[in-house]
Design a protein around this ligand. Structure first.
Ligand code: ATP
Length: 622
């Protein structure tokens, strides 16, 4: 163990700073010396990927890095931006000090998390979630005593640490104002994030006179619930993010909210002044349906008239996370097997989030015709190429302006197109074919894939930088078989169709693997109900052959009922029918006619009830 540090408290510094540094030393006491001695910087390519993964933070921090970098240059210091794990992403400032800092691995590509570098400003600020200065011998590693470092966490609007801003200089040149400056800059990055949110914002301050404690900002959703806050707002309301987020604003602030400065009151009667600020406008209005794309299978800009299955215990927490992320400008990536509800969830995210006034544009990247892909996505000017529409085309990306762009099956996007898409997402601008103008884009971005994008990246089939750009908030939709409440879910779903299941049938349905997930389950249940329209519970013998265990199909009275050979929309071939016989066609016909009668002749509804596509039903009716 090294000698405990000498604490250099700045004049006016609070004594707990000393305690915090001692606590950090205590945490570091058992660290592995090998880890500390050999910081291994990331390769350039890996560092680029980490930067890409933090592109949102980098874009917001850029002006601060420039401003602090200029200061660092004149003060022989460096300014550093680290990600939420403590890995240094960027540096600016004095070249001569950068060289010195590199000797102790204070450089991009190296993590300064406490477990790897001992007590230090970046790692300790990250651990404590609070700004800190670590000066000279306060550093756990003796080699770092040449440094005087000031670091402050950068918070998201809901209180997660997104990264750390740090200004480090030589230990013999300690300046007291630097920590306050770094902290203000870090808070400024959070404020910028709140100001860019597509939600309404309440700018307020304690008292009636302007003060110098920074603007208190709250993001409000349409129900006037608090969706985000900065640190000044936490101080002004004497609250923390955990208590504020999701609660009605009226629980904390009394008084009418206006777009001009208005006297308000804190819940304990303290006077406040505040005003509502409208969200930044999207650069263009949402499109009308008359601009619907030529390839309806590849893209869908029409509102979906079908009612969405309501979020339940499994999808609700995912929905909350996704809405929060999208509203703070992050890209959401939904991963999950086919039929796990990725599109359903994305439509809910659109309906609940701040982009809901705009369109929902779903693009199936697997179905985009390759030769038209560029023009369909990016749009074109009149006469841009042979065969182009005379009036030109806006392109699907612009159709999503002010709304949500849903890139489904993103793993199937051709590599060349990935490069172009990446550029558009980085620059937030699109240049239609044949045009020299760039059009700014503003929309919430949700992507989805049933494939493991990481392994596609490893195989060179998906661009790593695009992957990181799409997955600010990666969410996994669990397959049906992982639902802890699967039995109750299946039973309720069948009851909602008006039928009942015996215990053994329910057990078999619960044991089934459901490779087609919800799509397959609902298709099977609808088919089952069609075969067993009466009130008698369906027994295991009545289940399709691939779901009932071998031998069970002859067990009960329902076992004699044949299974209709209607192909379920699971994307798989129908299971082998053990009891297929000459009467099957007649039975199928009977089921179809019954469904049509039940649905008053509506082919669409009958097809839905039978679990087949409308076109399949038309074919069978011929
Ligand atoms: N939680 C749920 N409860 C009931 N039905 C659901 C649920 N989630 C999805 N579904 C239904 O399952 C079907 C598939 O849903 P969806 O298209 O959203 O899945 P997906 O993951 O996007 O599928 P794919 O990867 O094949 O595109 C839809 O008919 C949808 O209504």
């Amino acid at each position: 163990m090294q000698t405990p540090p000498t604490i250099h408290l700045a004049p006016g510094a609070r004594p707990q700073a000393e305690t915090r540094i001692h606590q950090s030393w205590a945490r570091c006491a058992d660290l592995d010396p090998a880890l500390l001695a050999d910081p291994n910087p990331l390769t350039r390519a890996d560092l680029d990927l980490r930067r890409e993964a933090n592109h949102h933070l980098l874009r917001l921090a850029e002006p601060c890095l420039d401003a602090l970098g200029a200061l660092g240059d004149s003060a022989h210091s460096v300014v550093l931006l680290a990600d939420a794990s403590g890995l240094i992403l960027h540096e600016r400032g004095s070249r001569s000090f950068q060289d010195k800092a590199r000797r102790v691995a204070l450089q991009p590509g190296v993590s300064w998390a406490e477990p790897l570098r001992g007590t230090n400003a970046i790692g300790t600020a990250l651990h404590d979630g609070r700004a800190v200065r670590i000066h000279g011998a306060e550093h756990f590693l003796a080699c770092n005593s040449i440094l005087s470092c000031h670091a402050a966490p950068i918070f998201s609007a809901t209180g997660e640490i997104l990264g750390i801003l740090d200004l480090s200089g030589p230990a013999d040149d300690m300046r007291d104002y630097v920590l306050t400056l770094v902290q203000r800059m870090a808070r400024g990055i959070t404020d910028q994030m709140l100001c860019e949110s597509p939600l309404r914002r309440l700018d307020f301050r304690l008292g009636r006179e302007p003060e110098d404690d920074g603007r208190a900002l709250l993001l409000l959703d349409d129900d006037a619930r608090i969706a985000g806050a900065n640190e000044a707002a936490l101080r002004a309301l004497d609250a923390d993010w955990g208590r504020l987020i999701g609660t009605p604003c009226s629980q904390w602030i009394d008084g009418p909210l206006h777009t001009r400065d208005t006297p308000l009151h804190r819940h304990d009667g303290q006077p406040l002044t505040g005003r509502l600020i409208a969200p930044p406008r999207a650069p263009a209005r949402p499109v009308s349906t008359s601009h619907a794309p030529k390839h309806p299978k590849a893209a869908d800009t029409r509102p979906d008239a079908r009612p969405l299955p309501e979020p339940d215990a499994v999808s609700s927490p995912l929905l909350d996370q996704a809405v929060r992320a999208l509203d703070s400008g992050l890209a959401v990536l939904l991963c999950g097997e086919t039929g796990t509800g990725k599109e359903v969830l994305s439509r809910h995210i659109h309906a609940r989030g701040a982009w809901r006034a705009g369109p929902f544009v779903a693009i199936n990247c697997a179905a985009l015709p390759e030769h038209l892909v560029e023009s369909e996505l990016f749009g074109y000017e009149p006469g841009a190429f042979t065969g182009a529409r005379r009036e030109g085309a806006r392109g699907l990306l612009r159709q999503a302006q002010g709304g949500v762009l849903f890139l489904d099956e993103i793993g199937d996007m051709p590599l060349a197109l990935q490069t172009r898409l990446l550029r558009v997402l980085q620059e937030r601008e699109v240049q239609p074919l044949g045009s020299d103008k760039r059009v700014p884009l503003a929309f919430g971005l949700i992507s989805a894939s049933h494939q493991d994008l990481k392994s596609l990246v490893a195989q060179g089939r998906f661009r790593a930088d695009l992957y990181y750009r799409l997955q600010d908030m990666p969410l996994h939709l669990p397959p049906l078989r992982e639902r802890p409440d699967l039995a109750a879910f299946v039973e309720d779903a069948y009851r909602a169709l008006g039928g009942r299941l015996s215990g053994d049938a329910l057990a078999a349905l619960t044991r089934h693997d459901w490779p087609g997930n919800y799509r397959e389950l609902f298709s099977v249940l609808r088919r089952l109900r069609c075969q067993h329209p009466g009130p008698v519970p369906v027994t295991i013998g009545g289940l399709p052959g691939d779901i009932a265990p071998p031998g069970s199909r002859s067990a009960g009275p329902a076992a004699r009922e044949p299974v209709l050979p209607i192909m379920a929309e699971t994307g798989r071939a129908p299971a082998p029918q053990t009891d297929a016989g000459p009467g099957l066609r007649a039975l199928e016909r009977q089921a179809i006619e019954q469904a049509l009668r039940d649905c008053q002749g509506s082919v669409s509804r009958a097809a839905r009830r039978l679990g087949i596509h409308r076109s399949t039903l038309y074919r069978k009716l011929k």
